[in-house]
Design a protein around this ligand. Structure first.
Ligand SMILES: Nc1ncnc2c1ncn2[C@@H]1O[C@H](COP(=O)(O)OP(=O)(O)OP(=O)(O)O)[C@@H](O)[C@H]1O
Ligand SMILES: O=P(O)(O)OC[C@H]1O[C@H](OP(=O)(O)OP(=O)(O)O)[C@H](O)[C@@H]1O
Length: 206
């Protein structure tokens, strides 16, 4: 039986292919796909989508499995099985602001791509804030005066440092995750299990 796997395009796609390669899986057809968004190799069908859409495709059963950032899972909470972490895409959430920022008594504005996570974080601290949703380059917001601080993912800290921002708080370590459609896991168990075992380093791919 064929297995359909949704991959997050971009950074996670590269890291996932490196990981598959390290498991001796032939990644050539995936690397040489050109602009194609869909590749079939053996009994595996892969397609490439934005992270949030990977969750949607897996939830709706179009893909049996998905490779997705934990940040996206936490923010959008698709109705899928969250199976296990993968050893890449490692980062964490951070609250950051401009270095030497003066304390203010007024309600802070926080810019982020992750309004739900930010909301939850500030609910836990008890501080009431206004959240400004951005789609990327979030580090610009406090520098340009759109917000007082940001909540974003941080890996090396280079982007923050090079834009004059400092970390005030770090929370929730993150990595890429393997997710599955709830019914695929039951109906296609025999086909899916060897692939999942291999991804966890407990078997051989192909
Ligand atoms: N600096 C980083 N270090 C580690 N993992 C990261 C980093 N940035 C992003 N990620 C992970 O990779 C996933 C995809 O990020 P990527 O930057 O490729 O796409 P994106 O943020 O959706 O941007 P785009 O709009 O360009 O597709 C994120 O959801 C996150 O899980
Ligand atoms: O700590 P670092 O190693 O510098 O990595 C963190 C940066 O990586 C991500 O950005 P991305 O490249 O995905 O661009 P984006 O801001 O458009 O999401 C994230 O949003 C940070 O900006």
């Amino acid at each position: 039986m064929k297995i359909c796997i949704a991959l997050t395009k971009g950074r996670l796609e590269e890291q996932f292919l490196q990981y598959l390669n390290s498991l001796c899986f032939d990644v050539e057809p995936l690397i040489n796909k050109g602009r194609k968004l869909w590749v079939e190799t053996g009994n595996l069908q892969f397609f490439f989508a934005k992270g949030v859409d990977v969750g949607t495709y897996v939830e709706h059963g179009i893909a049996d499995l998905g490779i997705i950032g934990e940040d996206i899972l936490l923010e959008y909470q698709p109705d899928v099985f969250d199976l296990f972490p993968l050893p890449f895409g490692k980062c964490r959430f951070a609250l950051a602001e401009v270095a030497n920022k003066k304390e203010t008594m007024s309600k802070r504005k926080i810019a982020t791509k992750y309004p739900n996570i930010t909301n939850e974080y500030f609910r836990s601290t008890g501080e009431s804030v206004d959240i400004v949703k951005l789609e990327g380059s979030v580090e610009l917001a406090p520098v340009l005066g759109l917000s007082d601080a940001i909540v974003d993912i941080v890996e090396t800290g280079t982007t923050l440092a090079e834009n004059g921002l400092i970390i005030k708080e770090e929370f929730h370590p993150l990595s890429a995750r393997c997710i599955a459609n709830r019914s695929s896991l039951k109906i296609k168990k025999a086909s899916i299990s060897p692939f999942l075992d291999a991804l966890q380093g407990q078997g051989v791919l192909n």
